[in-house]
Structure formats: structure tokens, C-alpha cells
Write a protein that binds this ligand. Sequence first.
Ligand code: HEM
Length: 509
Amino acid sequence: MSVLILAIPALLIGCLSYYLSIWTYWRRRGIPGPLGYPIFGSFFKMLDGNSPPYLQIQKWTEKYGSVYGYTEGTLKTLIISDPDMVHEVFVKQYDNFYGRKLNPIQGDPDKEKRTNLFAAQGFRWKRLRAISSPTFSNNSLRKLRATVEGCSLELLKHIEEQTPGGEQIDMLSFYQEFTMDVIGRIAMGQTETLMFKNPLLKNVKAIFGNESSRDKHLFLIGGISPTFAQYFRYFILKYPIFGASNFIQITNAMRSAVQNRVDQRANDAKLGIEPGEPQDFIDLFLDAKADDDVEHFGEGNEDYTKSSLNTNRQLTTEEIVGQISIFLIAGFDTTALSLSYTTFLLATHPEEMRKVQEEIDGECTDPSISFDQISRMKYLDCVIKETLRLYPLGTLANSRKCMRSTSLGGLDMRNISIWGEDAKEFRPERWLESPDDNIIHKGGYIPFGMGPRQCIGMRLAYMEEKLLLSHLLRNYDFVPGPKTQIPLKLVGRATTQPETVWMHLRRRY
Ligand code: HEM
């Protein structure tokens, strides 16, 4: 009994001093930053979907400068916004920062059997990246163009039907229908359009935006107690009612799509039917093999060559489910948001909208728009780049985990202004003047990240946006109406999204 009386306070004191040492971790190293509350650190601020973490980070950057630290439970985060330091972490010191910041509730990327490209690290990431890269090559994108154009024309049909009198529509929800249809058709074995009737859309939407804050208890548990999170994860995956139901429904839908294809292939083989051209990403992944050189990557760095990891060059069925799910999740929301912000900015900058329409009218003279025509429209390209400069919607994905002790050089930060006096203005021309190649390479503009882990879907996103915007803008003007939020109210947690983007689409002819 007396042992127990001594043990309990000792345990409590031990726990408290552990949490306090993490809570004061940055302070003790002379690095400024918000302290938040003991044990929780700044967790509550970072989990509030009504005030996106990205805006919170911006506010703290104004207050604490370009290098500061904060904690969320046991997680310690250093925020850097100096371009040279960003370059150092993402490129020069890649070998020390090859993992991504994940919450323990998201699972152990080295052990999960469905680990996806976004979460994977080390050898496993390299293998998945090597297998996935050809899927996003220029050659593959050329083949996907017709499907993306089909989805664009389908969206135009819905706009026509749903706005007979030029009524306002929430473009965000229309764009979500579009990107969901694109990814469904190019990645997941969907054979025809499901626009405005896709049952999976509500689950995918719920993973982002305001609704995602409902699952914040899961992240809180993961951050406060990483060990307990491992068991809790097992529990919530078994009993979805505790917060993972959307994620599980998506995974189940992906699993049955992959399994159907595996069964269909087995049947075809029995009947002696030769496999045809790949229909979508599922086929590409079933056929894919990583190149030999994967095994030589990172020689000298044992994290890349651990023999305990799966070294098979072909993906398992569960790994394919993981990859397709992440392409759906990462590709759906981001591209719809980027389209929404572009629409808002063009609607509120009619002169720039006119310029981009002139370019589209001059280039796209046939009903169909080719891959080469899209590539030639420079001003449209600038408009999208400028939009992502002002609204870098996926900022939180730009994270790295420090995998080995290292020091980041030159902690004396330079506070130069990258974009000049008009930094806050929407001015696509700045990209034509192009002093910025320099900045892009040095880490000053990273809406798609940088270095080996840069967004794999970037060119697909550009193609989707350019095709759809070209079709839309040659038929319509974007015109703000009474319901348009100016300025936009931003919400969301994993990504930063506008709450709504109500717009009139006024016929040009
Ligand atoms: C405008 C649209 C998009 C934006 C702004 C965006 C943004 C980002 C960012 C910031 C990252 C982190 C990069 C880094 O850590 O260096 C990322 C990674 C990733 N994105 Fe995107 N993304 C977009 C579209 C897409 C699409 C269409 C797909 C797939 C269909 C996709 C799939 C991925 C994947 C799989 C990763 C992880 C790559 C890796 O770790 O190797 N994204 N994205």
C-alpha cells in the first residue's frame, strides 16, 4: 500500500515534467513562439476549422518572425519562412528531412500495410514514388486529356441546366463535382460521369473543411499520447462510429474497385482474353514495377535500405488501395479550391479576366482544346500561379520531419520582401516579367512544395484547371453577385478553403 502511495505521485510528477519539458522545448533553446497551454501547447488553435491553421501561422509569423516554434501535445514544430532555409530543408538536407510531419493517429508510415505516397518515408516512399511517377508523366497526361475535357463539358452542361436565368451558383461545389468526376474516371475505375449523383462525394468532402474539425479529438489524442494513439487507431478503424467513418467508407470503396479489377483480370486470363490498354490508375498500378535503380537510392543512408521493409517492386493490392485513396483525397479538394480562388480573383479583376479570355479566344479556335494549345496559353498559366501565390491552399502539406539530428545553417534570417510593394495584389503579369525562377528554386514560392517530395499531381492539376477554365471563360464571364463573399471567408484545417464562392456566370454571346 505504502509503495502505491509513493508510486502514484512519482508517476504524476514524472508525466508532468515530461509534458512541461516538451512544452518549453523551444523556449529553452531561445527560439520564440506561442506557448499555448501546458500539455496541449497550441493544439486548440491548430484544430479550429473556423480559423484555418494557415492563417494562424501567418499571424504568428508576423509576430515572431521567419523562424519560430510551437508545440501540439508531444509534437514539436518549427515554422520557417526564410526561402534559403526552406531550400535547405526541402532540397539540400533532404537526407535529414525525408519524412513528413504526421499525427501518430495517422499510423506508423513504416508499418501500415496501406501506407500511401504522401505518408511514406525512406525506402518505402522511394519505391512508391518510382512506381507512381510514370502515371503523371506528360505522356500519360496527354492520354488523360480527353477524359478531363469530357468532364469539363459535362460541368458546362450542368451549369447551363441549373442556371437558366443566370442565377448565382456556388462555384466551389460545382468544382468539387468536377474534380471528383475527373479523379473517379482517371483513377478509380468509374466508367461514366457521376456528377451531382456521386454517393462518395459527401465522405470525401467531410475529410476537409469545417466538417473535419469534428474529428479533432482523434488528432488531439494522437498528439497528446502517441503510444496510446497506436491502440486507439486500431479501435477507431474497427469501430468507425468513433470518428473514422468517412475515411473507412472511402477505403472500402477503393478496395472494392481494385478487387473488382483484379477479379476481372483473372477471369479474362482464364478465358484467354489479352489485357488491353490500361483504363485508369488501377490498371497502371497493377502493371507497374519500380525500376531497378530504386534499390540503389540513398546509398550510405541505411534508412533507405532496411531489409525489413517490403522490397517487392510490384504493389500489393492493399498498397494500390492506399495510393488510389490518396490520389482521390489529395487531388479532389486541392484542385477544386484552386479553381474556386481563380474564379473569385478573375471575377473581382475584370481587366485580367478580359486578358485571359482574349488569349483563350485567340488560341482555342476549335470546339476541342488540345494539350499543345493548353501549353501555349502563358497568361492563363500566370493567372493560376498568381492565384496560388495569394491563396496557397495546401500549405500544411509542406512539412518535413527531422529524421536525424542536424543543424540548420545561417539562423540569422534575412527579412527581404520577395514580391515587392505590390505583394498583396493580384497581378499575373509578375510571372511574365519572370524574375522569379530564382525565387521558385530557392524556396520562396512553394504552393506544390519542392524537392524530391514535390506534389506528384501538379501537372495534372494544371491540366484540369486550364482545360476547364478555357471552356468556361470562352462561354461565360464570372460576375460577383449579392451572395459573393468579398473578401472571402476562409475556413478549413487540412487545406485552406473559401466557405463559398457564389458567382453569376453571364453568357458572353
Ligand atoms: C492545385 C492543386 C494541388 C495543390 C495546391 C497541391 C499541393 C501539394 C503540396 C503543397 C504537397 C506537399 C509537397 C511537398 O511536401 O514538397 C503535395 C503533395 C502531394 N500531392 Fe498535391 N496538390 C495539388 C493537386 C494534387 C493532385 C491533383 C494530386 C493527385 C491526383 C496530388 C497528389 C499529391 C501527392 C500524392 C503528394 C505527396 C507526394 C510525395 O510525398 O511524394 N496533388 N501537394
